[in-house]
Design a protein around this ligand. Sequence first.
Ligand code: NAP
Ligand code: MN
Length: 268
Amino acid sequence: MKFAIQSKEDVLSENVKKQMERYFQDFQIEMDEENPDIVVSIGGDGTLLQAFHRYQHRIKETAFVGVHTGHLGFYADWLSTEIDKLAEAIARNPFEIVEYPLLEVLIRYRDGEDSRFIALNECTIKSKGGTLVLDIQMKNKYFETFRGDGLCVSTPTGSTAYNKALGGAIIHPTIEAFQVTEMASINNRVFRTIGSPLILPKHHTCLIHPNGDTDFQITLDHLSLDEENIQSIQFRVADEKVRFVRFRPFPFWNRVRDAFVADDNRGI
Ligand code: NAP
Ligand code: MN
């Protein structure tokens, strides 16, 4: 079993990384930056997104675990003061792996080329200027023409991120689905969109075609791409899954509550 550490690279995360490396030495745990089986991300959720994209080529072989050095995260759920326990749990072996769905994004260009991406949180589509106009197909049937600022297409684990800020639902990550939310759609007597977030199951596709401008600003998690001459973009639940190492239970709904509601109000 080989390990790698991805740090946010701030002072605290670097200190925690050094401590973690010392524990790994003590437990004679092998490190391998290139081909790790387990990646420990130290920082925040954003750090885990970076780790995910860095090791994407090994997605089937690599599992992730996140330590937070700031606030409680969705992907980073170990405290930096607990890394002795984490190192011990790692050394003890074996551990449980949980798998969550990812989003597949297939971009077709007008010259016939295509590119395939996967996102852990979401993909957003925005125009490079002016109103974004898109024809949207759901499961190969015309659904609507969208006019507005943009679209956000998110995974279940990404549903607590950008998606939530857009009024999307929080989806439990055992549900294999993806969610489409609107950013400021134009709705009046002439133009109409559904207005509600849509949740699509596995094997359903959402396909968008530009209606007018074919250049978009596309984000994949923390990454931003300027894409030109786009023919279409297809979204679906990816065949690959992201793997997290689970050393102790931390139910998703507890995480949602601790992050967004309160961790002191136990209610009645
Ligand atoms: P960032 O600006 O630090 O991210 C914004 C916030 O989203 C941070 O607090 C981040 O946590 C948190 N976050 C990331 N993934 C999350 C998840 N799955 N559930 C709940 N919170 C999550 O930038 P970043 O760290 O590179 O993260 C990129 C992500 O930011 C994007 O994937 C997108 O989801 C999100 N974003 C949100 C908005 C918005 O809410 N209006 C706008 C743009 C982007 P950490 O501080 O622990 O990193
Ligand atoms: Mn961040």
